[in-house]
Design a protein around this ligand. Sequence first.
Ligand code: NCD
Length: 305
Amino acid sequence: MRHFLQIDDFDANALHARLALAQSFLSNDDVPQIQGDNRLVGKVIINAFFENSTRTRTTFELAARHLGAMVVNLDIARSSTAKGETLADTVQNLEAMGAHALVVRHHVSGAPHFIAKCCPHISIVNAGDGQHAHPTQAMLDMLTILRHSNKDFADLKVAIVGDIKHSRVARSDTSALLALGCGDIRLIAPPTLMAKGLANDKVRAFYDLSGIDGVDIVIALRVQNERIDSPVLAGSAAYYRDFGLSLAQIKQRAPDAWVMHPGPINRGVEIQSALADDERALILRQVRYGVASRMAVLAHCLGAV
Ligand code: NCD
């Protein structure tokens, strides 16, 4: 498979192959170090981020460099799309320059799929499209679970808490967990931020924090600041009271749980500072595993495995 557009394109074996390769790039130390190699020497990877990013763009760049690739970061604000060029023309120019892979983030759902059609000869990696998918975030989240949980995916209970409705991370994590055999996924949100159509016999919707009772993993999601003062929420203080994750809540309801968050975190909105800094929070581990996961995804896309 040359592209990496969405988790649903891959079965459990394909996901496990990428997770195993990602593991091989990490040392087993308590603070894992990345061990790269030269398998992507001569490959050109262009990061085309049409939407803001800190973690994802930087970890993709580090991933490519750890494997010896040449990396170019397209400066979208200064690019010709700002002069009226179409997306198709912009990406076909990048293909013509000799790119072997484009790592694309775009605010429009489906943009990476569209680009894959425009550029049939190169790999397109989805680094987050609108509210649709963020498949490499799901890979790093699965790697984090694999490295920290002593249970098989089939026995895991996972809660995802926050703005489920607008979250590409919630969608991709749910797809990955289901593909890997997890049968107890709980989506927790106020009714106004719950996605329609995701629930089934393995994915249940909860409208308060009782959904985290006894889970092994809690994945907190950012509440988009741009929505927090809108009429769909009663404001950040009310949100924090009802859905904010605190150390006390975790100790009481899910004392064995690891806490994850894709970042950026809003301290005091969806997560208490004391919990974000607690040893059960894996937030910075996720970022480090993001490098290894993206190394594995790029290596598979470019046939270097
Ligand atoms: C997420 C994203 O951009 O979708 N963050 C990330 O990639 N680390 C989640 C978010 O922005 O809330």
